[in-house]
Write a protein that binds this ligand. Structure first.
Ligand code: C5P
Ligand code: ZN
Length: 446
């Protein structure tokens, strides 16, 4: 069996964590993040603990919020595991004085204390591009029992949800893919990044990539395919190599024309990993989990654990989510964003699709020179999703810093990654926040 090479210190900390979980007298309280990565991470750990007969109680939450802290205090939990979150709130967790394990990949703070914080960055593994929350969970599952290597596909679905597949998996993620391939649980192939339905549905339904004037328009999609003398009813996997190539180059030119950067266009023909267990691509698993994440993340976890009924339900949820997202993107395509000096911003189509609208908008629809801030009004608060491009990050953009500091200045909080961050602020502080963010980004890109 292929072995994953990981730093020694990481291996020993994972061993410590796995022993703490396996020999716990009480049920393990688990909190994981409500996105595809967090749900994949939760599925991996849940499956690994079920296999060892360890009792646990799992909740999918939006972050280490007051409610979570209150829950922990009220429930009197003694052993708590945070997945895909926790590093940003480490002092708060420390202050609880409980047995706490954090598995995270978001930028950690300076910390030395009682919480066993297993954050990829602390072991020289870049948590933005090489390891996600689910990768960390997968490593823990291997420490619990090496036979959990069959869960590699869930490690990759989480990493895909956090967009670490872009440009091909790297570092530890790549080794996870190789492990799955060597054991035959995963099959990797380079092909067009479209859903495997009839070509006309795949093209018209494509949100990522989003094709201007084609996505969301069945008639235009069909017209384009027919003009290339390809049968629009053919499934994507049934295309001949020549047809796939020809279609690929037409779509590639369209993306370049609509202003996408080369690294985004490169993703049109991409490595795709089929999970033999689930019969779908890991990117589709990520989409299904993402779809359950806002409505009923428990369905995403039971699907991850292997429940067929939940898979069916997740597919239904995805259809609903997908049609909302398409409407949101068509609106953004039509209206664009409002530009400030260094950033741009827009009102999202709602909380559910806001993050995706920001991410896809940044890559396929908006000014490539300015980071975007997508705003959603929720009661008296504003939820903000900030997204940049690799190019802007290479020039100094750091959205973690912007979301953390600009939000703190107006009484909010936030964090995340250089390229994708978020925050929540009081609604009345919108103008001040945007002004501070605009100035901060201006300084970063100087
Ligand atoms: O919500 P959204 O998808 O825009 O979040 C992007 C990133 O920012 C995520 O990694 C999320 O964990 C982080 N975030 C945060 N604090 C918030 C909102 C988002 O750290 N209040
Ligand atoms: Zn994550």
């Amino acid at each position: 069996m292929l072995r994953l090479q990981i730093p020694e210190k990481l291996a020993s900390d994972l061993k410590k964590a796995s022993e703490t979980l396996l020999f716990s007298d009480s049920s393990v309280r688990i909190f994981s993040h409500h996105d595809a990565d967090g749900i994949s991470a939760a599925s991996i750990v849940a499956k690994a603990l079920i296999r060892e007969d360890v009792q646990f109680h799992l909740s999918i939450v939006s972050g280490v919020r007051d409610e979570v802290i209150e829950k922990i205090e009220k429930e009197n939990d003694s052993l708590i595991l945070f997945l895909d979150m926790g590093s940003g709130d480490i002092e708060r967790l420390d202050a609880l004085g409980k047995d706490i394990i954090v598995l995270d990949h978001h930028s950690p703070k300076e910390y030395q204390g009682k919480v066993l914080e297993i954050n990829s960055h602390r072991y020289g593994i870049d948590g933005t591009s090489e390891a996600s929350g689910s990768t960390m969970a997968f490593l823990l599952s291997l420490a619990i029992n090496p036979s959990n290597s069959d869960l590699a596909y869930l490690s990759l679905s989480g990493s895909t949800g956090d967009r670490q597949h872009v440009g091909g998996f790297k570092g530890i993620n790549k080794r996870v893919a190789e492990l799955g391939e060597s054991e035959g649980t995963i099959e990797g192939k380079k092909s067009l990044n479209l859903r495997n339905t009839s070509l006309k549905d795949a093209l018209a339904g494509s949100t990522d990539p989003f094709f201007r004037e084609i996505s969301g328009r069945a008639d235009r999609a069909e017209e384009l395919i027919k003009s290339m003398k390809i049968d629009p009813e053919k499934r994507v996997s049934e295309l001949t190599e020549e047809e796939e190539k020809r279609l690929g180059s037409v779509l590639l030119i369209r993306l370049l024309k609509q202003g996408c950067r080369a690294d985004v266009v490169d993703e049109l023909i991409t490595w795709r990993y089929l999970s033999r267990k689930m019969g779908i691509y890991v990117s589709e698993i990520a989409d299904l989990m993402e779809a359950t994440s806002k409505k009923d993340p428990g369905i995403g976890v039971s699907m991850g654990i292997g429940d067929e009924g939940s898979l069916y339900r997740a597919k239904e949820m995805h259809e609903e989510y997908h049609s909302e997202l398409m409407k949101a993107l068509l609106t953004l395509e039509k209206n664009g964003a409002r530009e400030m000096e260094h950033i741009q911003w827009f009102w999202t189509y709602g909380e559910e699709v806001g993050s995706a609208q920001a991410g896809i908008g940044m890559q396929y629809l908006l000014n490539q020179e300015k980071a975007v801030f997508a705003l959603t009004d929720i009661d008296d608060s504003l939820k903000i999703s900030a997204r940049g491009t690799k190019y802007l990050v290479s020039k100094g953009l750091n959205l973690t810093e912007v979301c953390r500091e600009a939000a703190a200045k107006v009484g909010g909080n936030g964090g995340g990654h250089n390229i994708a961050s978020g925050c929540t602020i009081p609604a009345k502080e919108r103008k001040d926040f945007l002004k501070i963010a605009d100035e901060m980004v201006g300084r970063q890109l100087k």
